[in-house]
Structures are given as structure tokens and as C-alpha cells.
Design a protein around this ligand. Structure first.
Ligand code: PLP
Length: 405
């Protein structure tokens, strides 16, 4: 009989963070092994719990969460996001410019589906958070990767971006702070990107989900706050800074050249209505999260657990011969390089699979982030210091066996 195959639309869609290596990790767990999972940016299982006040407020609002909400989301939650826009300097945003979703992920899918046609091109960073490449491919458009330059602190290469713009380029994705590199971009660079978008009439997709996870003296400049006649869609949510990834709660802000986007906005409204609304109990968390005390600061300021773990992981990784890693200024990841002169890796998925089988450590291969060479891995620095030390020691031990003879 005829087999049931996945649709052709999925031919170029991949999301390796939860790919074949994770399946092997699950098998090993089923066999009784303890796997140290440094593969997914999911704070709560590592003891980074959400602020109690948010949980209590959601419990309080549960009896009033039985019905669907407005398809864009609860007015009170969207108002709180609007006030956040005023606070961080994104001008001209009204409640109706805000959409709530089941995580930023759902809104990212909606934003690309509503805009893109077959043959359109979207500029996406390399390395990227691979959802972006996946959703652009799913929409029928072509992802075109622009280089983030490791030798320049992983800043996007303006030259590479300019060289890749064609008449089919419709949008540019900017992930700041960046996953997987941890880079935070300067105001000057972001203004250059806005100017390029304005000149070529590109929509800016600003993925700012790590905007509140910053270290040392890093400052986050919201793209929507910069001057320029551009349409900007900003994505953020509760998964990271508020440690509520399981709630699936995020928001999208439409700002800037809305006057040229009436038709696109109608498309967004259609898609938003089709999924009826985002999970209502989790929408109730937004107002409390944004309005209340920002407990993330305790974790990232001197003495904070996340900051200390970043420092430990960074020092330990750089102490491994042939491994180098720039210091993340934001987010919760590192993207160390394995010098090909020392580690001649041809297949980085096999590398992380071998590491998993041998040392029971789970990382994600760099090519899973659309990085073109098999010479990087991504590490999440969420585990506590004892687990992290153990994991990186075991990684170092494993790499000794991978060295060029
Ligand atoms: N954008 C980036 C850069 C991310 O790293 C993630 C999750 O890891 C998301 C978006 C998705 O976030 P959410 O949990 O809100 O769907």
C-alpha cells in the first residue's frame, strides 16, 4: 500500500536541537543512564524557577481563563506589553499592534507565513536559532544566511549582508542577544542594519527573547527604538528571563512603518484568528511579569548564579587545547570553536553523538544552527557549577580522543 509521507513543504525544514541526537539521548535514558543535557535553553529544570508572584497570579486568574480570549490576546496583557514598549523606547505602539502567542515560536511562524511568497528571500544570521531557517523554508521562501563574524565578537557582517541583498529579499532576521553565540550588538551596528533595511525596503524581524539576560556592562538596544522608516516586528516572551518556557507565552510587537503594512497586518490578523487565541492562563502571567520586580537581575548581576556559571564554563572551555570561545555578553549559550588543525571533525553530528555515547553529555552540533563548517558546538550554561564542571571535564576528556594523531 502507498506509504504516508511527510509533505513536500517539509523537504528543507530541519530543527536539529531536538533531532536524532536527542532521540539517542532518550534511548540512553530509557536504558537507565543519566544524561547531562546541555542542549536546550530551558531554565526551570536547572533550578531557575519562575517568580512565585507570577505563578500565584496565574492560579488566581485560572477560574477566569476558561473561555477563548480575543485572538490577539487579553487586553490587560497587551496593555502591559504596550507600556513595556514605552519604557524601552519603541515609539507609536498601540494595544492593537501587539499579538500574544503560544511562545514567540508561534508568532515567528505566523509572521513569516503571513509575509512570504515562493521565491522570496529572507536574510538570516549564520549561526542562527534554527527555527528561523525552518519557518522561512516552510513558508516557501528561501533562507539566505549572512555571516556573523567570530573574529569580530560574532557581530553581523554588514558587508556580507549588503552583498546578499537581491530584488527578492523581503526581510532580515536579527537575533539580539544572540542564540547561539551570546553576542549583543552595539547601537551603531543596529542603526546600520536599520538603514540597510530602510534603503532596501526590508521588514525587520527582531528576535529579542534574551533582551533582559545581559552580563557585565552589556546594554540591549531594541531595534524598534531606532530611527528609520522601517517596519519592525519584535518578538519576546516569558520563556527565558521569566523562566516560564513551559507556559508557552510570548508576544509580537508591530512598530514603525505600519502605514505601508495594512495588507500584511490583515494577513497577521487572519492567521491570529485562525488559531483562535493563545493559551489564556499563560497570558495572565504577562502583566505580572512585566510590571513586577525583575528577578532575572539577581541571576545576572555580580554574585548571580547565571553570571557565575557563564564565567566558569567560559574559562573551562578556553582551557581545553584547541578550543576557543568568545565570552557571551547575553543569553544562556556558548558556541565554542574546535580548531580544525587540532580536531579534524568532518561530521559534527557524529561528534556530538560520540560524545553522548561515551560521556553521556548532550550538546548540539554547530551545523544544527546553520553554521557552514563542522567546527563548533553549542553549550547551554544552565547547569549548576558542579554539573557544569563535570560536563566540561568529560567534554575535555572526550576531545583528547578526537585529536589529530
Ligand atoms: N527565539 C530564540 C532566539 C530562542 O532561543 C527561542 C527559544 O529557545 C525562541 C525564540 C522561542 O521562544 P519561545 O519559548 O517563546 O517560543
Amino acid at each position: 500500500m502507498r506509504p504516508f509521507n511527510k509533505s513536500d513543504k517539509l523537504a528543507n525544514v530541519c530543527y536539529d536541537i531536538r533531532g536524532p541526537v536527542l532521540r539517542r539521548a532518550n534511548e540512553l535514558e530509557d536504558e537507565g543512564h543519566r544524561i547531562l543535557k546541555l542542549n536546550i535553553g530551558n531554565p526551570a529544570p536547572f533550578g531557575f524557577n519562575a517568580p512565585d508572584e507570577i505563578i500565584q497570579d496565574v492560579i488566581h486568574m485560572l477560574p477566569e481563563s476558561e473561555g477563548y480570549s480575543d485572538s490577539k490576546g487579553l487586553y490587560s496583557a497587551r496593555k502591559a506589553v504596550m507600556q513595556e514598549c514605552q519604557k524601552i523606547g519603541i515609539p507609536g505602539v498601540e494595544v492593537n499592534d501587539i499579538y500574544l502567542g503560544n511562545g514567540a515560536s508561534e508568532l515567528i511562524t505566523m509572521a513569516t507565513q503571513a509575509l512570504l511568497n515562493f521565491g522570496d528571500e529572507v536574510l538570516i544570521p549564520a549561526p542562527d536559532y534554527p527555527l528561523w531557517t525552518a519557518v522561512v523554508s516552510l513558508s516557501g521562501a528561501t533562507p539566505v544566511h549572512y555571516l556573523c563574524d567570530e573574529d569580530n565578537g560574532w557581530q553581523p557582517s554588514v558587508e556580507d549582508i549588503c552583498g546578499k541583498i537581491t530584488e527578492r529579499t523581503k526581510a532580515i532576521v536579527i537575533i539580539n542577544p544572540n542564540n547561539p553565540t551570546g553576542a549583543v550588538y552595539s547601537r551603531e551596528l543596529l542603526q546600520q542594519l536599520v538603514d540597510i533595511a530602510e534603503k532596501h525596503n526590508l521588514v525587520i524581524f527582531a528576535d529579542e527573547i534574551y533582551s533582559k539576560i545581559l552580563y557585565d556592562d552589556a546594554v540591549h538596544v531594541p531595534l524598534g527604538s531606532l530611527p528609520g522608516d522601517v517596519l519592525c516586528l519584535t518578538f519576546n516572551g516569558l520563556s527565558k528571563a521569566y523562566r516560564l518556557a513551559g507556559f508557552r507565552s510570548g508576544w509580537m510587537i508591530v512598530s514603525g512603518a505600519k502605514d505601508r503594512a495594512t495588507d500584511y497586518i490583515e494577513g497577521l490578523n487572519i492567521l491570529s484568528s485562525m488559531r483562535l487565541c493563545a493559551n489564556v492562563p499563560a497570558q495572565h502571567a504577562i502583566q505580572t511579569a512585566l510590571g513586577g520586580y525583575q528577578s532575572i537581575n539577581e541571576l545576572i548581576l555580580p554574585g548571580g548564579r547565571l553570571l557565575e556559571q557563564r564565567d566558569l564554563a567560559w574559562e573551562m572551555l578556553n582551557a581545553i587545547p584547541g578550543v576557543s570561545c568568545s565570552k557571551p555578553a547575553g543569553a544562556i549559550y556558548m558556541f565554542p570553536r574546535l580548531d580544525p588543525e587540532v580536531y579534524p571533525v568532518h561530521d559534527d553530528e557524529q561528534l556530538v553523538l560520540d560524545l553522548l555515547n561515551q560521556e553521556k553529555i548532550l550538546l548540539v552540533q554547530g551545523t544544527g544552527f546553520n553554521w557552514p563548517h563542522p567546527d563548533h558546538v553549542r553549550i547551554v550554561f544552565l547547569p549548576n557549577k558542579i554539573d557544569m564542571e563535570d560536563a566540561i571535564d568529560r567534554f575535555a576528556n572526550f576531545l583528547r580522543g578526537y585529536r589529530k594523531q
